[in-house]
Design a protein around this ligand. Structure first.
Ligand code: AMP
Ligand code: ZN
Length: 470
């Protein structure tokens, strides 16, 4: 397939090595808060890339997506919450897993936490290797990477070497391009911060070090095939990952660098620091389903900014409804027979879909192909031209589209779910019966009306109360 590589600023042919396995690393969530749908734009686009490689191209995929559970932000968050770091980050990881499931993200092969024992050891080893190779120095108890020891530093982010100040340092995990400086590998911990004595002097890993160490530990000999994340990670995070990995191993780190553009709101990046974020629970409370979020976030090309509005989420709901209505309608076709013309149209759509996805993941064009096919097949049903013999081939095509996009079956599974969890419905039925026994009829009616407003109807009969979907 053709895939845009940030390293060369061009589209290139992508294929994995001779073992047919794509080794891919994705920078995962920093777990100091629940992930927002901006974060999930990146994760969903990478999931679509993963599915394309697996299901359309038939490669094996080994993907690592980490949790950044020690950095400036998680440490501040844990301190504020009065919790130890691991316990504090644990609940954000659990939320991530819930949201990822709701959004139909395939489980990746490895999802390490930076503070896992084996990863911390890998980080310490990496620091020692960089020390040995002459790329580091210690200042005020922290170990820094000396960027002047790497002539190619700045290649990914296209840095201007003129502006770099030799010897100047930065301690923060994130900083601007204009502040390209010697960056911290291993930070001296303040007295109330977590510290590990795996390196001398003891301290904690810098954010950039974590990803290099986990990628090299879990994906084997560099270069790996693909390293992915949002565009905000190009500098400094990925630039520094390259510096650390290449200066330690003497080999290129990753063949392809894939970056997903921002989800924006009113011309600004959706981000926690700007306070313009929405999470999956925020969206669900407003009556939208996770499948619509997935659809919206994958519908635009991943290298273009996408402006989030509630209206666009409504349109995503509507588009998905049209698709799933069509799939249901397909089950009602009664006319016998099959037509060569329908099979040809379906075959052409499959090829066009595959071409679009292999053209640097052109999801917008691929969805266009799907909708054009739906339109044409709906007219065929209306005109009595489509027979039961055509249906299996059509279903096969939609299954193939869905394996790659991961959104139709997600929607159908949501449709099968009652709008209120079954345990909650049963508990409310008991509460209502209790209220009626106590002759608190207003309270009993309120329970029934609240459930009806949420899409669940109660019916009283001789055998007790039963519920059904509205
Ligand atoms: P973080 O938790 O800040 O490390 O971010 C996790 C992932 O989400 C990274 O790959 C970021 O680049 C990505 N990301 C953050 N904000 C956005 C956004 N508004 N749109 C797209 N991706 C984002
Ligand atoms: Zn990373």
């Amino acid at each position: 397939m053709r895939l845009y590589n940030t390293l060369t600023r061009s589209e290139e042919n992508f294929a994995p090595g001779p073992d047919n396995t794509v080794r891919m690393y994705t920078c995962g969530l920093t777990v100091y808060a629940r992930g927002h749908i901006g974060n999930f734009r990146t994760f969903i686009c990478v999931d679509v890339l993963r599915r394309t490689l697996k299901y359309l191209l038939g490669y094996r995929v080994k993907q690592v997506m980490n949790f950044t559970d020690v950095d400036d932000r998680t440490i501040i968050g844990a301190k504020k919450a009065g919790m130890d770091l691991r316990t504090y980050t644990e609940r954000h990881i659990a939320d991530f897993r819930d949201d990822a499931r709701a959004l139909g993200l395939e489980e990746v092969e490895e999802s390490p936490r930076a503070t896992d024992e084996a990863n911390l050891h890998a980080m310490a080893d990496l620091v020692r290797l960089l020390e040995k190779n002459g790329h580091t120095y210690v200042s005020d108890g922290s170990i820094y990477f000396k960027i002047s020891t790497m002539p190619r530093y700045g290649r990914l982010a296209h840095l201007d070497h003129e502006g770099m100040k030799p010897g100047a340092r930065v301690d923060a995990d994130t900083y601007a391009k204009e502040d390209a400086r010697d960056f911290v590998l291993w930070k001296a911990s303040k007295p109330d911060e977590p510290a590990w004595d795996l390196v001398d002097p003891p301290g904690r890993p810098g954010w950039h070090l974590e990803c290099s160490a986990m990628a090299l530990r879990l994906l084997g000999e560099p270069p790996i095939d693909i390293h992915a994340g949002g565009v905000d990670l190009i500098f400094p995070h990925h630039e520094n990952e390259i510096a650390q990995s290449e200066c330690a191993t003497g080999k290129p780190f990753s063949r392809f660098w894939v970056h997903v553009e921002y989800l924006i709101v009113d011309e600004q990046k959706m981000s926690k620091s700007l306070g313009n974020t929405y999470t999956i629970p925020d969206v669900v409370i407003r009556g939208y389903r996770p499948s619509a979020v997935r659809y919206l976030l994958l519908s635009a090309h991943y290298r273009k900014q996408l402006n989030f509005t509630w209206a666009s989420l409504g349109q995503a709901e509507e588009a998905l409804r049209r698709l799933t209505d069509f799939l249901v309608r397909l089950g009602t076709v009664a006319r016998e027979g099959a037509s060569g013309d329908i099979a040809a149209r379906v075959g052409q759509a499959r090829r066009d879909f595959a071409d679009a996805m292999q053209d640097d993941l052109n999801t917008a064009a691929a969805l266009g192909v799907v909708f054009e096919l739906v339109r044409s097949l709906r007219s065929a049903i209306d005109a009595g031209q489509l027979g039961t013999g055509d249906v299996p081939g059509i279903r096969q095509a939609f299954d193939e589209f869905d394996r790659v996009l991961g959104v139709f079956s997600l929607r159908l599974a949501e449709d099968d779910q009652p709008p209120v969890p079954v345990e909650e419905i049963e508990r409310l039925i008991e509460d209502r019966q209790g209220a009626r026994r106590r002759r608190e009829f207003a309270a009993a009616d309120r329970i029934r009306d609240d459930l009806a407003a949420r899409g669940v109807l109660l019916e009283d009969g001789t055998g007790g109360t039963r519920w059904k979907r509205k």
